[in-house]
Design a binder for this molecule. Sequence first.
Ligand code: SF4
Length: 436
Amino acid sequence: MEENSTPLISFSDADIRGGDVTVIYGLDMQVYPGQIVYIVGKVGSGKTSIFRAITAEHKLLKGAGQVCGYDLTKIRAKDIPYLRRKIGVVFQDFQLLMDRSVEENLLFVLKATGWKDASAIRKRIDEVLEAVGMTTKAHKMPHQLSGGEQQRIAIARAILNNPALILADEPTGNLDEETAEGILQLLQQINREQGTAIVMVTHNRSICQRYPGRVFERILQGDFMMTLKQRYDGILGYFRDNVPIAESELHFDSPYQLLVAVMLSAQCTDKRVNMTTPALFSAYPTPEALAAASFEDVFELIRSISYPNSKAKHLIGMAQKLMAEFGGQVPTDIDALMTLPGVGRKTANVVASITWGEPVIAVDTHVFRVARRLGLSRGTTPRAVELDLERHTPAELRPIAHHWLILHGRYVCTALKPHCSDCPLTAWCKEYGNRQ
Ligand code: SF4
């Protein structure tokens, strides 16, 4: 039911600044009414920074962020207290006012959030104390309570204003196992009975297993705090160690044949191209032969391939230009390659990197999709993605990186249903957390 409603929390590609530094890059996160969400991660992985962003304590530098109906990119200082009234917060160290009784702690919050009617205040305090099983402790001072009891009072304080959302920052971190269990059950009960969404930061994975909820795995792996360099190092390192050989799946024996095959492969599968090229190469083994071919004959040989009409024209035009201007040889220069009919940057890059090891990365539909999902680029055009990939990939790895990303996109990170459960790159993948 949650996914059909408006999210209580929604971050999209958000960079978050705490003080003078950007503490989180590219945060994507949605929390819906009634959900239980765990943010699991190591110390220093940015978990608490996310809470601070949710309560508008940290600023959004880039991207989109909405919490309880407030747009964090536009929120005014005077609106922040109203936002915070919609959120209950529970801390690891309880943070009760130690010089006031339980009742006075609760009263303090109610008055600070605009409650004035004495009987309504009395009633609400009784209600929340009952909800957390602490009706007999109203007059106790915090130091007279155990850790578990203090945390129950902190939870009572968090639900005073019937929040849609509770943020619980390691709520059981200071408690023994048995007491912690009681606190977790109390939070579950509040979620169940009042429909309050709970977002809990924890480093304890077993909690997520015992009390199911949505887990932000990527934070577990420190992804939010991962630098771009770390992401590239991780992904390229994985491929270098595990996929030392990655090659084009097109069949060819010469630069000319490669050029023809790559031109035919635009919006067509390599398998289909490979079924077609033997007859084509046999009929036209050289650029000279292809330059003299008739459109009808070439069309007939490639008619099972997508866009046979324009591809037949381009193949003949390409061969004629090779003969007229390049002595029948495929040029080694990318700009020269791009002057040939039907040869764009992607085709030129593929030919140049495969044939001459040029340090370029051709961006086709697979590379474009995979690079963006992994977080290697935020580019919105193939050229922008290409420039990002080339900027961060060592020159000697660029030719093979193209094949790594294509093959990963073709067989693992497929367009409609990526096989994340079989993917070895989850530790570095920006998209992964959203697909759990
Ligand atoms: S984890 Fe999923 S989305 Fe990320 S690269 Fe792997 S298959 Fe693609």
